[in-house]
Design a protein around this ligand. Structure first.
Ligand SMILES: Nc1ncnc2c1ncn2[C@@H]1O[C@H](COP(=O)(O)OP(=O)(O)OP(=O)(O)O)[C@@H](O)[C@H]1O
Length: 198
């Protein structure tokens, strides 16, 4: 379980939330309402008060790198630090996995600079799953994708959550997607996280 206790950042109201193993919680909200900041605070990427726990262990008991390996934040604009795509992976993704997401086998040999936004987004997702996180913090994971590829990404993420009993928070602007993927739905309004359904 991912448990968030009184997590606060900037002047947003403190957030407390539990996400069970194999559960997806969706978060919607207007642009600039603080959804990304919340995910970044949970991933310990920005200064915050309160605490997040994974399986009963507090974030503060982990090194930042270890915590982020277990509780992974996926931004629509993931950062790439090596020139070549392959260098970002611990294990090369299987061909059938690349094909499922509509990626070419040779894309692992490409320079990061030649990737389209959608290719970056899908490879960023595979890079995250390669590290086998226990919790996924997804910030608009299908933002740059066409409908068919978006469905493939959605399916892969939901398979991972189910098979690994991972905890997942999924930020999206797509109301239909929020209803499809989430067992519980929240919205960020007036600097508060409010439950809307489920
Ligand atoms: N260090 C900071 N100090 C003050 N305000 C900040 C800081 N970092 C971000 N903000 C502001 O906080 C607000 C929330 O940003 P955030 O990226 O979380 O929005 P969001 O809900 O994810 O939006 P979008 O849907 O457009 O991605 C924005 O107005 C942003 O400018």
């Amino acid at each position: 379980m991912l448990r968030i206790e009184n997590l606060n950042f900037l002047d947003w109201e403190a957030v407390s939330l539990e996400v069970g193993a194999g559960e997806v919680v969706s978060i919607q909200g207007e642009s600039g309402s603080g959804k990304s900041l919340l995910l970044r605070a949970i991933a310990d990427l920005i200064p915050h008060g309160g605490e997040a726990f994974l399986g009963g262990e507090a974030c503060s008991e982990f090194s930042p790198t270890k915590w982020r390996g277990k509780v992974s934040f996926l931004s629509a604009e993931a950062l790439w630090w090596e020139d070549e795509v392959r260098a970002h992976f611990l294990n090369d993704p299987e061909l059938k996995v690349l094909q499922r997401l509509g990626l070419k086998e040779e894309c692992l040999d490409w320079e990061v600079t030649r990737l389209s936004m959608g290719e970056r987004q899908r490879l960023g997702l595979l890079r995250m799953l390669d590290r086998e996180p226990s919790a996924l913090l997804l910030d608009e994971p299908t933002a740059n994708l066409d409908d068919r590829t978006s469905a493939a990404v959605e399916g892969m993420l939901l398979d991972y959550v189910r098979e690994r009993a991972a905890c997942c928070i999924w930020v999206t602007h797509d109301r239909a997607q929020a209803a499809r993927v989430g067992q519980r739905a929240y919205t960020m309004v007036s600097k508060q996280l409010r439950k809307v359904a489920g």
